[in-house]
Design a binder for this molecule. Structure first.
Ligand code: CUO
Length: 694
């Protein structure tokens, strides 16, 4: 039987097992030409293949082709870690993406992928193959599996793996029970940072961050893959919002805001001991002791040399762009920053993607900050330790230093935003539109209250556990924050004679700072977390707008976050598949509402209806998966909102605005909302073990 697109997805399964072993629900095997086998497998002779595939459910022919030269990509060992933030690794990934992108047909792509899979580092393969599948016109609607399914070790405490393997090896599938993954397990409660475990170590949040970086790759020869609409700006905005959310969580746990890591020579107070393993090498992810100071990095094996003074120089050059109001390209041409595109250029400079206007001069501050923190335990590689979680986009959010680093990055962007012209009433207002009333309703609870609790959900990780028995279904039971679904009701008057359109922008922010003091507007705005953004039609007179929390354009639902490979669609590009894999990106719905606390965390909900004439982007919206655009944008299209991301809080208000009340116009309103947390663990009814369709 010849290959179909969906068969490409089988290559994600059990990443360390050779490609000729059975894959998928139907025990399919790839029939590979002998020269595709690695030397080790060739040396065993044809008998091995025959034995391993004798009761195959299906055979997939792999076409013999001229094989690509993978010498460069093979320079990263099979058992090493892979980091997008390390330039050497990034370059390997970039050229591998190009090889996959260059395949002329699905058949050829399958051959190249089958050939490369057993030779290359599995993380490198997974990343480059995922990026290529997402961006090739003939595969872009395939549903890429969640990384948690393929590399569960990046998300699950290493302690759980002994149980998982035992369960797989000893217990027949019909009798298996989910393995409860320890939670709140990395820090003792005598250390206050432990209170944030549920956010930092949340599988959905980390998956979102990984997926976001997959959608916005920063190095390949195909510039159109990198040059996505407003990618530099969305880099700034998405990370700014993660920091804002983290600070809300800190306030609700009686902790101060994350301290910005502005002095790179100051010790990092927070230690972090990840307690997850890199299964490829069977090595524990290295810890960072409290009070560790960054040092110059010199790691020849990673072709990595960066001094703290390099970071400082790059930071100063970034600030110099803002002070001068222009950047220079590699030929010393000057390009002014303007109000519309300036933030996007700065984002590209900071991200140091291939579309950074001058990588040589502006350097690689953001990525190298991740790298320096991630190697701070062994900066000269004297102990032959790998990098820590901070260098991997699938795990970086686990470490408290992530938020300290990104607070600093955000401060640098803020330095620019503070220089922009302030919004005037014409930009902020909407003539004749009045927001009269805001109501937030949680069923059976007091008005304007939100309610959170703990929930346990089961994730099938069987396809990520290599060298385990074939009937490999096994569920990991994770514990995460959850909230009761709620509804917003907004009463809005349209005093115009005509129907008007508006964009409703909903933000949630803390009412007080960490010292229980009211904040001035210019401080408060940076804590505002976007909850939803949607278009409304306003008839003349009174309008009642209702919106459910699970309709949020910020979030993606549980099924999308933890989607199951076996649920993957056929890959035939039918209409139901359109935009499918973008759906995997998005803030997890279960973290939409900050945890709050038992006495009721005091917040303010801000609702703002802007004039849609100034917001709209003219473009076709094809496909069904047009959700979660706030952080992730729309595939192949423009970001669906013309305003600066974070509008209207992305810059200080004019000088006569001191408090939030001073900022409000008739088309805006604030309402007090309290978030109550109940310290109980419930289970997600539909994800009980017997129900595999999670
Ligand atoms: Cu996503 Cu720093 O870019 O973590």
């Amino acid at each position: 039987m010849s290959a179909n697109k969906k068969d490409l997805l089988l290559l994600f399964e059990r990443p360390q097992e050779p490609v000729f072993m059975k894959k998928g629900e139907d025990n399919a095997v790839f029939d590979v030409p002998e020269k595709f086998l690695t030397k080790r497998h060739q040396s065993i002779g044809p008998g091995l293949l025959e034995r391993l595939s004798e009761d195959a459910g299906r055979r997939i022919q792999v076409k013999d082709i001229d094989l690509p030269d993978l010498t460069e990509q093979m320079s990263l060992g099979r058992y090493e870690q892979f980091s997008l933030f390390i330039p050497f690794h990034r370059a390997l990934a970039g050229s591998l993406i190009d090889i996959f992108m260059g395949a002329k047909s699905i058949e050829e792509l399958l051959s190249i992928a089958v050939y490369s899979r057993d030779r290359l580092n599995p993380y490198l393969f997974n990343y480059a193959f995922s990026v290529a599948l997402m961006h090739r016109p003939d595969t872009k609607y395939l549903k890429i599996p969640s990384l948690a399914e393929i590399f569960p070790e990046k998300f699950i405490a290493s302690k759980a793996f002994a149980r998982i393997r035992e369960e797989l090896a000893v217990i027949p599938e019909s009798s298996r029970t989910p393995v409860v993954v320890p939670h709140n397990f990395t820090i003792s409660d005598r250390e206050e940072e432990h209170r944030l475990w549920y956010f930092r170590e949340d599988m959905g949040a980390n998956l979102h961050h990984w997926h976001w970086h997959l959608i916005y790759p920063f190095e390949t020869n195909s510039r159109e893959i990198v040059r996505k609409d407003r990618r530099g700006e969305i880099f700034y905005f998405m990370h700014q919002q993660i920091v804002a959310r983290y600070n809300m969580e800190r306030f609700s746990n009686d902790l101060p805001r994350a301290k910005t890591f502005s002095n790179l020579r100051e010790p990092i107070v927070e230690g972090y001991f990840p307690k997850i393993n890199a299964l490829l090498s069977n090595q524990a992810a290295p810890p960072r002791l409290p009070g560790t100071q960054l040092q110059d990095i010199d790691i020849p094996v990673e072709q990595l040399r960066v001094d703290i003074s390099n970071l400082e120089l790059w930071r100063d050059r970034f600030l110099e762009v803002i002070d001068k109001g222009y950047f220079i390209d590699e030929y010393e041409n000057k390009f002014p920053l303007d109000d519309v595109t300036g933030i996007d250029y700065l984002g590209n400079i900071m991200e140091s993607s291939i579309i950074s206007p001058n990588r040589r001069y502006y350097g690689d501050l953001h990525n190298m900050g991740h790298v320096c923190i991630s190697y701070s335990h062994d900066p000269q590689h004297l102990h032959l330790e790998s990098f820590s979680v901070m260098a991997d986009s699938a795990t970086a959010m686990r470490d408290p230093s992530f938020y300290r680093w990104h607070s600093h990055i955000d401060d640098l962007f803020e330095y620019y935003k503070a220089k922009l012209p302030k919004y005037n009433e014409q930009q902020l207002g909407y003539k004749g539109i009045i927001v009269n009333d805001i109501l937030v309703e949680t069923p059976n609870e007091a008005p304007n209250t939100l309610h959170t609790f703990w929930q346990q959900s089961d994730i099938n990780i069987g396809r990520g556990v290599d060298f385990a028995p074939r009937s490999g279904e096994i569920f990991a039971r994770i514990t995460h924050l959850q909230h009761h679904p709620f509804t917003y009701t907004f009463k809005v008057t349209n005093n115009n004679d005509l129907v008007k359109f508006g964009t409703v922008r909903v933000y949630l922010g803390p009412k007080y700072d960490e010292n229980s003091k009211k904040m001035k507007f210019n401080e408060n705005r940076r804590f505002m977390c976007e909850m939803d953004r949607f278009k409304v039609q306003l008839h003349p007179g009174e309008n009642t707008i209702k919106r459910r929390s699970n309709e949020s354009d910020l979030t993606t639902n549980f099924e999308n976050t933890f989607r199951n490979l076996s649920e993957a669609r056929s890959g035939d590009g039918g209409p139901e598949e359109l935009e499918e894999n973008f759906c995997g990106c998005g803030w997890p719905d279960h973290l939409l509402v900050p945890k709050g606390n038992e006495k009721g965390f005091q917040c303010e909900l801000f609702v703002f209806i802007s004039n849609y004439d100034d917001d709209k982007i003219e473009q076709d919206l094809v496909g069904q998966c047009t959700t979660a655009t706030v952080f992730c944008g729309l595939r192949d299209r423009k970001y669906p909102d013309k305003r600066p991301m974070g509008f209207p809080f992305d810059r200080p208000a004019n000088e006569n605005v001191e408090t939030f009340d001073d900022f409000l116009l008739s088309n805006m309103k604030m309402e007090d909302v309290k978030i109550f947390h109940k310290n109980v663990i419930t289970s997600r009814p539909e994800t009980k073990k017997k129900d595999k369709n999670i």
